[in-house]
Design a protein around this ligand. Structure first.
Ligand SMILES: CC(C)(COP(=O)(O)OP(=O)(O)OC[C@H]1O[C@@H](n2cnc3c(N)ncnc32)[C@H](O)[C@@H]1OP(=O)(O)O)[C@@H](O)C(=O)NCCC(=O)NCCS
Length: 191
């Protein structure tokens, strides 16, 4: 089980579950943009779709009780209080999880995605306050170098290139898989 104390704090961000009322406009501001959705598995969302999703307790949860669940946390800038994106930890099975993230383009280029995803790795690997998992993965589209750069900055290894493995939004997509093990993550923390 993973039940973090909120907000989860990083150097410049507060991470917390999305608020089904107050966060709708801020989430809509980026999830409605075609460029944000280009390589993620949904089409730009309407305000109504977002409001409905944020009311769904399966999608906006405060804790993960068992594998198969996902924790989706909003990224809030400490300096402005703005919600600028969200970061996802999907608990796959006893030993594995997967991460994902999206940030409003106005806030790209500051390292916020890397900072937030780093906090999710901590929640995945930490034995005391986290899930004590063995391995975290990320699957991205080869045409998304900004996302590959986030994963590389986190210390994740590129493990596989699955050439044209999925027909995605009207084109073949080549999937690139990244991963990091608990011992690799611990070694990075000691540096
Ligand atoms: C993927 C995505 C989150 C990357 O955003 P990003 O802003 O490039 O990534 P980061 O937040 O880690 O910022 C990194 C950039 O900030 C710069 N930076 C500035 N200060 C920094 C800091 N303190 N720490 C780290 N990087 C910093 C880095 O040099 C880098 O700049 P560069 O792109 O010019 O090399 C963004 O492109 C996005 O939301 N895309 C749409 C959704 C998406 O595709 N998600 C991934 C699906 S798998």
């Amino acid at each position: 089980m993973l039940a973090p104390t909120y907000p989860v704090e990083t150097e410049r961000l507060l991470l917390r579950p999305l608020d089904p009322i107050k966060d709708v406009d801020a989430v809509h501001a980026y999830q409605s943009l075609p460029e944000v959705c280009r390589y993620i598995p949904f089409e730009p969302r309407t305000r109504e779709q977002i409001a409905e999703r944020l009311m769904d307790p399966e999608r906006v949860r405060w804790a993960m009780l068992e594998p198969g669940q996902a924790l989706d946390l909003g990224m809030v800038r400490k300096d402005t209080g703005q919600l600028i994106g969200d970061v996802l930890l999907m608990w796959r099975d006893e030993t594995n999880a997967e991460i994902g993230y999206a940030v409003h383009p106005d806030h790209h280029g500051h390292g916020y995605a890397t900072e937030a995803a780093g906090a999710m790795l901590r929640l995945a690997f930490e034995p005391d306050h986290g899930l004590a998992l063995h391995r975290v993965t990320a699957r991205i589209d080869q045409r998304n170098p900004a996302s590959a750069a986030v994963l590389t900055r986190l210390g994740m290894r590129q493990e596989a290139v699955l050439v044209e493995n999925e027909w995605f939004k009207g084109e073949w997509s080549t999937e690139v898989d990244f991963a990091i093990l608990d011992r690799e993550w611990r070694a990075l923390q000691r540096r």
